[in-house]
Write a protein that binds this ligand. Sequence first.
Ligand SMILES: [Zn+2]
Length: 946
Amino acid sequence: MRLYHPLRRHARRLVAVAAISAALAPALVAQARITAPKDFFGFNIGDDYRLATYTQFVDYWKKIDAESDRMVVQEIGKSAEGRPQLMAIVTSPENHRNLAKYKDIATKLARAEISEEEAQRLAGEGKAIVWIDGGLHATEVLGASQLIETSYQMVSRTDPETMRFLNDVVILFVHANPDGMELVSSWYMREPDEKKRSTGGIPRLYQKYIGHDNNRDFYMGAQAETQNMLKIQYQEWYPQIVYNHHQTGPAGAVLFAPPFRAPHNHNFDPLVIYGVDLVGTSMHSRFALEGKPGAVRRDQAGYQTWWNGGLRTTVYFHNMIGLLTETIGNPTPIEIPFTPEKLIPQENYVYPITPQTWHFRQSVDYSVTANRAVLDVASRHREQFLYNIYRMGKNAIDKGSRDTWTDYPRRIAAVQEQIQKDRVQQAEGNARLAAMGGFSGVQPTKYFAELRKPELRDPRGFIMPSTQADFLAATHFVNALQKNGVDVLRASQSFNVAGKSYPAGSYVVKTAQAFRAHVMDMFEPQDYPNDLQYPGGPPKAPYDNAGYTLAFQMGVQFDRILDGFDCPCQKIPGLAEAPNGTVAGSGSGYLLSHQQTDAYYAVNQVLKNGGEVYWAKSAFQANGKTYPAGTFYVTGRGASRAALQKLAAEEGLSFEGGNKPNVETMRLYPTRIGLWDNYGGSMPSGWTRWLFEQYGFDFNVIYPAELDAGNLNAKYDVIIFVDGGIPETDRAGGGGFEGFGGGQPNAESIPAEYRNRLGRVTIAKTVPQLKEFMENGGTVITIGGSTSLARHLKLPVGNHLVERLQNGSERDLPREKLFIPGSVLQATVDNTTPLAHGMPQKLDVFFDNSPVFRLEPDASLKGVKAVAWFDSDKPLRSGWAWGQGYLKDGVAAVEAKVGNGMLFLFGPEITNRAQPHGTFKFLFNGIYYGAAMGKNGKPQVKANNN
Ligand SMILES: [Zn+2]
């Protein structure tokens, strides 16, 4: 499944899929005996040393679906590897007969475009919709196991409580990762000696491309499984409660369950947090009720509600209650260790567990307890949850319809600074006296007025002009919003807002909608509060990224509109189709803008079809206008007009007739790309693999042993090391295995097909081969930590993030002084150099405690130059950048000559989770520019197309 290409065909296909699933009708039969798991699998769910595969799981669900009048199993789409992804709807037979009605009620309440009276009536009539999933992180095998057990119990039990749940609640049991369960269960069960079975050491990622990051894809919706689940969550069922199962628990405890620790994101409704607290607390209390100790909450684990993008966190921005548990347990029994301090009851660990041997079935039972606690509170508070999701949606619509302000931490800090300044002045410069008065606590309200200045209002909407250089990027962004149920409008004619004219085709997103929080979170900066372990102490790491504003990451141009406005706009149904591109004009060939990242798809297509493509190294005049440096020129030979017309129609790319630019050009050739990976699978490598497929780059995945064997120029023109590829040192821990399940196994213990993946990149053996590869004309592209290659090669590139000690020596800045977790920063780019062609001078980059370089004085003599750098002491655009002033004058991207070849260094995560569309061009440019330079423009051998 392709996110990006072709935009138009893709959009139509998604509509077709939706139509098919809507046609599915429940097929219910009267309930007889329900086959128990043991009678089907040959073991009880949770028995030691046993796991079911996804294939068996599918057959089991189909069987009990046929036996039960409480269950209907649906396919919600295909997985990345083509398996059917299943959801089971479980509720009373009576409710099943009225399912369409309950879905409609849930939709109307979530969308909140109804009157208060109707909302109250529908809340009374509706059923609570509760999502319970399993298997997202496939090595966390409890998830899928508890899903089987809970669904079995809910279709077979007849006790009064179960019957009440079925009457009040429509349960959506969702399998979150079919391919992963098949892989991990087969891996575990392949060992005949059950004592040797292990879920560790799996050979590849348990989601084809992204493994564990399948819980990092939800505002983007890049992957197949995410898209399937987003459709259920934000377009079909709108569950009020979403419960996402994980492993493993904190040491000395059985599980973490909400409430979560602060900070909470500033965009969503406070009722979200109170809802999470209510449901979470009922989980804890049910554990106590059933005599199941060992549940911790809040700051006993790192989980938060700040970051958007996880299965259970994106739901907060849609007014839903998102739950996560992290529970211990494995079919191979484990020990709960003795941790003395954990035996004393405390605020967030009320009911401690004692050390003991722990069997998988106990974890399954705990999970069932947790699920039943959720169903219980959903049943008892059914009407309240249904009304509250309406109330939150209505609050959001109201907020988007009037002037509102968000009191961001940075604004509060500015006011506090002002108060402090004024105090010092009043005290005639006596800072100590002023400080004694303090600037916290109650202050005159004139300072509050500073926070309510009209220019600080939250936007009523955002407009993305259709004339922006990369409107296709805006279209991809719009589709991420559409997948998340956001209403996006398109202007059918030109219009004016706030004195500016916008052309027809521009996209408009108004904040007066139920999912306003998600809109704000995707367009506006996150402002993560300074969160220190103690005053003056080191920062506390956020659970995931602190700042991630998608519009920034994707390089989308938009205007924030602070007053209410109207436009001649229509809601876009389904995914947005890119406007048709054109093939116009005459000449010996065609000119294609380099500012559109999608142009690379066309370049790759044309080259694969034997066409000729050139890249203008500077700006030039043609057709009565100036074309910027980087413009692609496709000759008429090899690329037929019809082929380009197809690309124009499908990709929305425009080709203008013209002659070959009368400036220096580089000819592009099919390029042989090697993408580093290792045993177990690197997630950044997998994301890049996915990205290459979207853009039509052919590539080989290359493992350490092949690198170490050398003679790399015979097979590759460009080799790419994403973060984690090149180690800092050859000591253990560098550049190693990053799977979630253990280290590298012995070669004899794994299937032969995976043995060539074993081994690690080392400075001793691999780096000399890379050096030879570059000296012979090859290009190496490094991202994040892999940029340490420059140091291994002794290039004049140092670390900018150091401090000088009194004895004159340098050391890395300590965490107390510098800490920049995943955030968006602004860099300045030399876009006259081909590596940065097509990019703006001011560029948002995704930074995650990334390397920042300092070029040594002899750098330019040695052919090493800065391509992007931080020229401000306040580069933060979104997130948290503790000590950001240290970045000033540091270098973010470097190009270096190494012999006849090139080395490119990118400190920031330019392809992070396939989200920063605005920086993908660094990678794509690097591939073709490096290859062209490496061969000095001479024709290359034909690419291998595998
Ligand atoms: Zn997990």
